[in-house]
Design a protein around this ligand. Sequence first.
Ligand SMILES: [Zn+2]
Length: 47
Amino acid sequence: MHKGNKSYLPEKPCVFCGKPMTWRKKWEKNWDEVKYCSDRCRKNKSK
Ligand SMILES: [Zn+2]
């Protein structure tokens, strides 16, 4: 994965606050399911 395009990391906006999220190692298994940049946004959405 780090061969070739090592500078590329996917990113997408948080569905709650719209802030761009850059891919993180901890998300590598569930990147498609990540919708919020933080626990705070995740909790606020159900408010
Ligand atoms: Zn957010």
